[in-house]
Design a protein around this ligand. Structure first.
Ligand code: ADP
Ligand code: MG
Length: 481
């Protein structure tokens, strides 16, 4: 980072100085700084947070960290990163003026709630992932991710913002450094054990934060640094605390992040693409556009009588609409969206019933095969051709069971069976030699993949099924006292 800070800024240039702010109560103390709530005098009396560091007691490297923080914050602009509004020096102190986060930090939020439900944990992690994706696009790693450095704002909706860039680095300069920075409890084993490290240390910290959100304490919570280092050195297995249960996707993400060896740890790309986060359907402006386009295509397919396609399109649109609905803070807009979403849910359910019609619980019925398994003869042929390959035959059977559950509206089991079946068929097709069987298998995999996606849409609607009750429950959990 070459940008030089103008030390005289604020002192000589007539730009903001301490006198422009009314300093209010202290809201935080960190390793170097104290943070106060403050109000900008005159004008709109904007409420801000001011981080104050006494530069006279800081070492050169600590001052460098602070300057990096200021330089970075000047460049980084993202909804999930604390915005820096200004900075200035005053009588040996450095002041950073930031947007004020009225929900405090994630650490106090977790303490108040003891532990967070998976839905809230997902919401926070999604936002953290969006910030990290943005940081990566600017080649920045944070190096001190921990709940104390993740701030919350309450309005218009509960939003997490990454703060405290005091240790953040550009990737090129952080690669293979041996300096210790950050907080031991959240520090990746490779830093703690003084090995080479790179940006992947942030992913370990995300794992620890996720663990703490879910279970109220860090996986290696210890009473001393020695004890912590000992646990890390011995690669002590990380376990889900007794009596706590989490969904398989949640557990998978947690355990893939908390891998001691950075080469075994989930990569950034796999993290951003992870099923538990479902970033692809996060409530962003861009995804709202996508949802609307999907609905338009669904309506078109519906009018043209392509019920299978319409069912799939409605279900896919719901995967975008549900997170938007649960995230909508404005009462009227929320009400309006709910009415529309309910219409889409009803239509998707009706279309599903129409797709399944003719099946009436009988797996071999050809009517259903026409609709759901492409050409029924094709599927029957595949069944016959697969008889000699036990794995394939039993996977196909599993797929049929999945479809049966889908018809009955048992979406959890339907998804489980289709996933298990695809988990066998997809690797099998890679080994399958070209020919009729490969062609048929390909078709069937396509059909079941589409169905599995549609089921996810129907499952997502659960969050609003008994809308008023469920969403109130969610809101309650998000309200900060
Ligand atoms: P340090 O570099 O000393 O750790 P931080 O930037 O992390 O300083 O700030 C210390 C604490 O102050 C945070 O953990 C948080 O509780 C509070 N804090 C920091 N910035 C803000 C802000 N913008 N809004 C509200 N609280 C803040
Ligand atoms: Mg801090």
């Amino acid at each position: 980072m070459t940008t030089q800070l103008n030390k005289s800024k604020g002192e000589n240039m007539g730009l903001p100085t301490l006198n422009d702010y009314l300093i209010l109560e202290k809201i935080g103390t960190g390793s170097y700084a104290t943070v106060h709530r403050a109000v900008r005098k005159g004008g709109n009396r904007e409420v801000v947070a001011i981080k104050c560091v006494d530069s006279t007691i800081l070492s050169k490297s600590a001052i460098d960290n602070l300057l990096t923080e200021i330089n970075l914050l000047q460049i980084l602009k993202h909804n999930n990163i604390v915005e820096m509004k200004d900075f200035f020096w005053h009588e040996g102190r450095i002041y950073i003026v930031m947007e004020y986060c009225d929900g405090g930090d994630l650490s106090s939020f977790i303490k108040r709630k003891s532990q967070l439900p998976e839905t809230i944990c997902r919401k926070f992690l999604q936002q953290l992932a969006l910030a990290l994706r943005y940081l990566r696009s600017h080649d920045v790693c944070h190096l001190d991710l921990k709940p104390q450095n993740l701030l919350l704002t309450r309005k218009p909706v509960l939003t997490l913002k990454v703060g405290d860039f005091g240790f953040a680095q550009y990737l090129s300069t952080s690669e293979s450094k041996f300096t210790m920075c950050g907080s031991p409890l959240y520090m990746a084993p490779e830093i703690l054990l003084r090995r080479e490290y790179d940006a992947r240390v942030d992913l370990w910290s995300v794992g620890v934060i996720m663990y703490e959100c879910l279970f109220g304490k860090a996986p290696y919570s210890s009473s001393s640094l020695e004890e912590l280092v000992e646990k890390i050195k011995s690669c002590k297995t990380i376990e889900i605390p007794k009596g706590c249960s989490v969904s398989p996707e949640c557990k998978n993400l947690l355990m893939s992040l908390l891998k001691h060896d950075p080469n075994e740890r989930l990569s950034f790309d796999d993290f951003f693409a992870h099923e538990f986060l479902d970033l692809a359907h996060a409530p962003t402006e861009e995804n709202h556009e996508k949802a609307i386009a999907l609905i338009q295509s669904a309506v078109k397919a519906d009018t043209e009588g392509d019920i299978e396609e319409a069912f799939h399109l409605y279900s896919e649109a719901l995967r975008y609409f549900i997170p938007q609905l649960t995230n909508e803070a404005d009462h009227d807009r929320r009400k309006h969206l709910r009415v529309r979403v309910n219409e889409y849910i009803n239509r998707a359910e009706k279309l599903k019933a129409m797709c399944m019609a003719g099946n009436s619980g009988k797996l071999e019925s050809s009517g259903r095969k026409e609709l759901l398994q492409g050409t029924s003869f094709g599927y029957q042929e595949l069944r016959i051709l697969s008889k000699s390959t036990t794995d394939m035959a039993s996977a196909l059977e599993m797929g049929e069971v999945g479809e049966q559950y889908l018809a009955e509206g048992n979406y959890d089991l339907a998804l489980e069976k289709l996933r298990a079946c695809l988990g066998i068929l997809v690797p099998l097709i890679n080994k399958e030699p070209p020919g009729r069987r490969r062609e048929l298998l390909n078709q069937q995999i396509e059909i079941w993949l589409t169905q599995a996606e549609s089921i996810k849409g129907l499952l997502a609607t659960r969050a609003v099924d008994d809308s008023p009750k469920e969403s109130k429950h969610l809101q309650d959990q998000c309200v900060l006292q």
